[in-house]
Ligand binder design. Structure first.
Ligand code: NAD
Length: 356
């Protein structure tokens, strides 16, 4: 198993969670977080990294010299990104493309030079928007569902599988992730790089700096905890759109299983998420946040759908479960409670960032 681990984006939500858990479980490993602290709130994680024995290097993956300064590694976990699917709409796509595509390529180069294995955090957003919007959904209570018998290539009530058709546009965010997957495949073929690709649905947990365009679970819990406005955006403004949610600790469990048997998972692409059992609509999430926090807040309705929004996404995890035995264990209630306790215990530090 690897001993020198470089986690790019290692002061963000996923990167810091994985880095700290690796160091906790393998104190003999040297774990380094490299991050340019672009995400607001990532700076709050630095003390946590220090306390957990993770080294921090201020650096930018757009700059190969910054990666070189991190030195050789055996494993690179690529968690740095502009993570919002809405990035670039109505604005320059430069940061998004230079980080998520060019920066990822720089990370692969670093791995080629040092013979390091890669864990790549891809996204459910590689699946095209029009294809997801065309699913035959109907309202059932406070959520959209697929009809009982409805199924097609790569989709069913169990969710979206890896063979969902890829034709069509997917946002520049999704395109940078899919393009990175393709380049990663070439690095495997040409240079023998070992890599595992996880196409993640929504991830959540403490230390996620949720905002309107990314991290809705934490945003919802934060507004219920600290007060402030929320709005159901898109699809008529009723909050019936559905996502599955995965606790970041469940992701960590999976990554460690994959690394323990990298020969088997090398080059394999997996859809990874909470699955149908751990999914929620926004309206259902409101009810859960009300129960957990004991607070009700006003929620507005914005009927217009933004360009990159999709009404329903659930990860069909059958492939990863068959390959590893892994399945998501932490329930939605657990996730909301975990996040709410974190919001309560760290209020003075978090409210300036996560408050209204
Ligand atoms: N959170 C989710 O729901 C989710 C779902 C699917 C995929 N992902 C992917 O997982 C990865 C981690 O996401 P996250 O939720 O932790 O996001 P995050 O914003 O919390 O973390 C990303 C980190 O990368 C850093 N960063 C941004 N640009 C950088 C650059 N040029 N150089 C160095 N560091 C840079 C940011 O400062 C931040 O700390 C991303 O690749 C994201 O696309 C996340």
């Amino acid at each position: 198993m690897s001993q020198r681990v470089l986690v790019t984006g290692g002061s963000g939500f996923v990167g810091s969670s994985l880095a700290l858990a690796m160091k906790r479980d393998h104190p003999e490993w040297r774990v380094t977080s490299l991050d340019n602290l672009k995400r607001r709130g990532s700076e709050l994680i630095l003390n946590r990294l220090r306390a957990g024995g993770v080294d921090f290097l201020h650096g930018d993956i757009r700059q190969p010299e910054d990666l070189a300064a991190a030195g050789p590694c055996d494993l690179l976990v690529e968690c740095s990104a502009e993570p919002s699917v809405h990035a670039g709409y109505g604005a320059s796509p430069a940061y998004l493309v230079n980080t998520n595509l060019v920066g990822t390529l720089n990370c692969l180069e670093h791995c080629r030079v040092h013979g390091a294995t890669v864990v790549f955090l891809s996204s459910s957003r590689i699946y095209p928007i029009a294809g997801l919007c065309a699913l035959p959904l109907v309202n059932e209570g406070d959520r959209l569902v697929l009809g009982q018998e409805a199924a097609g290539r790569g989709w069913s009530r169990a969710g979206i599988a890896e063979d969902f058709p890829l034709e069509g546009s997917r946002s520049l965010y999704g395109a940078t992730k899919l393009a990175s997957e393709l380049i990663l495949e070439e690095y495997r073929a040409m240079y023998g790089l070992k890599a595992v690709i996880n196409r993640c649905g929504v991830l959540a947990g403490p230390w996620q700096m949720g905002k309107v365009d990314q991290g809705f679970m934490v945003l919802w819990a934060a507004r219920h905890s600290y007060g402030g406005a929320l709005s159901y955006m898109g699809f008529g403004g009723k909050g019936h759109q559905v996502r599955d949610v995965l606790h970041v600790d469940d992701l960590y469990d999976l990554v460690m299983m994959q690394l323990a048997d990298i020969g088997r998972h090398d080059g394999v692409v997996y859809n990874v998420g909470g699955g149908a059992a751990i999914s929620t609509s926004l309206a259902e999430l409101t009810g859960l946040c009300q129960r957990v926090t004991g607070r009700t807040i006003a929620i507005g309705e914005t009927p217009e759908t933004r360009a990159a929004d999709v009404p329903w996404y659930i990860s069909d995890c059958a492939k990863v479960t068959a390959a590893t035995g892994w399945r998501s264990r932490r329930s939605l209630e657990h996730i909301v409670e975990d996040v709410s306790v974190w919001l309560r215990d760290n209020r003075p530090m978090l409210e300036p960032i996560l408050g209204a």
